[in-house]
Design a protein around this ligand. Structure first.
Ligand code: NAD
Ligand code: USQ
Length: 440
C-alpha cells in the first residue's frame, strides 16, 4: 500500500486538494499530508531488494535516515562473485549483521534483513510481501556488470536467468499479493545505446509520426552487452504488467555511478560502501581514480572517445527517494526517469585523473565491441523538476575517492585490474599494462 503522504508544512490541504484526497482514498491510497507546491507520496515501509550492493546499501541507509521503515532483501550473491573472481571490494565491507548493528548504534534506527534469492525463491518473496505489506519496493537485485555477463556462456546464462527471473518473480509476487505497491527499478542508460545523434535522449519515450499520426513509442533499445540486454527485457515486462495488472512502476535509467560514500555510510567504518576496482565490476571513473591513487597506468579502452552519462552515488540515493515520492497512477504507463547528471568521454576522464595524479594514460586494445567515438546528450528534466541537486565532477569529490583508494591501497590486487573479459572469442586481450605496473 502507498500508506502515507507527507507535506513540508502543517497547513490543511486546500479545498481542491481535499477533493483529490477523497478520490485517492476511494482508490485505495490512504492520504496523509500534502505539500503546498506538489504532492509527495512517501511509503512508510520500503523493501530494498539488493540492499547489500554498491547502490542498494547507501540507499537503504538514506531511506532509513529519512524515517522510512526499511527491510533489505539480498541473497549475498555479489559477495560470492567476489570469491569466484578472487577479488574483494577495495574497501573492507562488514558483514550484513555488523552493518545493521552499526546502523542501530549510529542512528538509533532498525533496518531488517531477509536473505532471499529473488530468481530462485518466488514463494519466499510472495510470503514476505504479504507479511510486510510495503508501500514501496526498490529493485537493485540483479547481476550488473557488463564484462562479467560476457565472460563465458555460463556467465551469460547466469545473468539472463538471474535478472529476468528476479524481475518476473517480483512482478508476479506483487500481482498475487494484491498490494498497491510502487515498484522502483534500477535500469540503465545502456538500454538506449549511447548515440544521441545530436538530439538529447528523451526519458523513455520518443514522439514519432507514423501514418500521419503523432504518438509516443518506447525509445528504440540498443543494448551493448548481455547484462544491458536483460534490462531491455525487464522493460518489456514492466510495460506488460503496468498495462495488464495496473502495477505502478518506475524505471530509472541510470548512468555510470561514481564515488563511494554518502553522508550515512561515512558515519562509521562498519557502514563503508563497497568499491569495485577490478576489470569486471569496477566502473570507469572509479577505476581511473583508484588507478591514479596507486600509480597504475590509466586503462583507456581504444581511443577513449566513448561518451557516457554519469551520476554520483549521493545523487543515486536522492533520486531513488524522489522517485518513491512520486509514483505513477494505477493504469499509467511505466514512469521513466533518466538518472544522470553529466556526460563525459572516457578520454576526458582519463585526462582529468592523469593531471591530478601524474599517472600516465595507456590506450589498450578494446576488449568490448562498442562504438569508440559517439555523441551523447541526455535529458534529465524530470528529476531536475523534482528538485534534484546535481553533484558533478568537482575537485573535492574526485579527491575524496582518491583518498579512499589510497587508504585501502594495500587491499588492491594489481593483477585483477586489467579487464580480461572480451565481447567475442576472436578479440585479443591487450596485456601490455601488466609489464608496466609500478604501485607508488
Ligand atoms: P551490486 O552488484 O553491487 O548490487 C546488487 C545486489 O543485488 C548485490 O548485493 C547482490 O547480492 C544482489 N542480488 C543479485 N541478484 C540477486 C538475486 N537473485 N536475489 C537477491 N539478491 C540479488 O550492483 P549495484 O552497482 O549496486 O547496482 C544495483 C542496480 O543498479 C543494478 O540493477 C544495476 O543494473 C543498476 N545500475 C548500477 C550502476 C552502477 O554504476 N553501479 C549504473 C546504472 C545502473
Ligand atoms: N572503460 C575503459 N577503461 C576501463 C573501464 C571501462 O575505457 O578501465 C570504458 C568501457 O569500454 C566503456 C566505458 O568505459 O566504453 C564504460 O564502462 P563501465 O565499465 O564504466 O560501464 P558499463 O559497462 O557501461 O556499466 C556500468 C555499470 C552498469 C550500468 C552502466 C550504466 O556496471 O551496471 O548499467 O554502467 S551505462 O553505462 O550508462 O549504461
Amino acid at each position: 500500500m502507498l500508506t502515507r503522504r507527507i507535506r513540508e508544512d502543517d497547513q490543511k490541504p486546500p479545498p481542491d486538494t481535499q477533493i483529490l484526497l477523497a478520490i485517492l482514498f476511494a482508490g485505495g491510497i490512504i492520504p496523509g499530508r500534502v505539500s503546498r507546491d506538489r504532492e509527495i507520496f512517501m511509503p512508510e515501509k520500503v523493501i530494498v531488494l539488493g540492499g547489500d550492493g554498491f547502490c542498494g546499501w547507501p540507499t537503504a541507509l538514506h531511506l532509513s535516515a529519512q524515517g522510512r521503515d526499511v527491510l533489505i532483501v539480498d541473497n549475498l550473491s555479489r559477495r560470492k562473485i567476489d570469491v569466484e573472481l578472487g577479488c574483494d571490494s577495495l574497501t573492507p565491507i562488514a558483514t550484513m549483521e555488523d552493518r545493521l548493528e552499526a546502523w542501530r548504534e549510529v542512528s538509533g534506527r532498525e533496518i531488517r534483513f531477509a536473505k532471499i534469492d529473488l530468481a530462485q525463491d518466488p514463494s519466499a518473496l510472495l510470503k514476505l510481501l504479504k507479511t510486510e505489506r510495503p508501500g514501496g519496493v526498490v529493485h537493485f537485485a540483479e547481476q550488473r556488470a557488463a564484462p562479467y555477463s560476457m565472460k563465458s556462456s555460463a556467465h551469460k546464462i547466469y545473468t539472463v536467468n538471474n535478472n529476468v527471473n528476479a524481475t518476473n518473480n517480483l512482478l508476479c509476487a506483487i500481482v498475487e499479493s494484491g498490494l498497491d505497491v510502487h515498484l522502483v527499478h534500477l535500469g540503465t542508460m545502456g538500454v538506449y545505446g549511447y548515440d544521441s545523434s545530436g538530439k538529447p535522449i528523451p526519458e523513455g519515450y520518443l514522439t514519432v509520426t507514423a501514418n500521419g499520426k503523432e504518438r509516443e513509442i518506447p525509445y528504440p533499445p540498443s543494448p551493448g552487452s548481455i547484462y544491458h540486454m536483460t534490462k531491455v527485457l525487464d522493460a518489456q515486462m514492466f510495460a506488460f504488467y503496468a498495462r495488464n495488472d495496473l502495477l505502478r512502476i518506475t524505471d530509472l535509467h541510470q548512468g555510470i555511478v561514481w564515488g563511494t560514500n554518502t553522508k550515512e555510510t561515512s558515519a562509521d567504518e562498519r557502514l563503508i560502501n563497497r568499491f569495485d576496482y577490478d576489470g569486471d565490476y569496477g566502473t570507469v571513473l572509479n577505476r581511473f581514480l583508484m588507478q591514479g591513487a596507486i600509480g597504475h597506468p590509466l586503462t583507456v579502452h581504444g581511443s577513449g572517445g566513448q561518451k557516457r552519462a554519469f551520476i554520483h552515488i549521493r545523487n543515486t540515493v536522492e533520486c531513488v527517494r524522489l522517485a518513491l515520492e512520486n509514483p505513477p497512477g494505477r493504469g499509467d504507463r511505466v514512469e521513466i526517469f533518466n538518472q544522470v547528471t553529466e556526460t563525459h568521454t572516457v578520454r576526458d576522464l582519463a585526462a582529468i585523473v592523469s593531471k591530478k595524479t601524474g599517472v600516465e594514460i595507456r590506450h589498450l586494445r578494446n576488449p568490448r565491441i562498442e562504438v569508440e567515438e559517439n555523441d551523447l546528450a541526455v535529458t534529465n528534466d524530470k528529476f531536475m523538476k523534482l528538485g534534484l541537486n546535481p553533484v558533478t565532477l568537482e575537485e573535492g569529490l574526485l579527491d575524496e575517492v582518491i583518498s579512499v583508494a589510497r587508504k585501502y591501497a594495500d587491499r588492491c590486487d594489481p593483477s585483477r585490474i586489467l579487464s580480461t573479459s572480451k565481447w567475442r572469442a576472436d578479440i585479443e586481450i591487450d596485456e601490455r599494462i601488466e609489464e608496466s605496473v609500478s604501485p607508488l
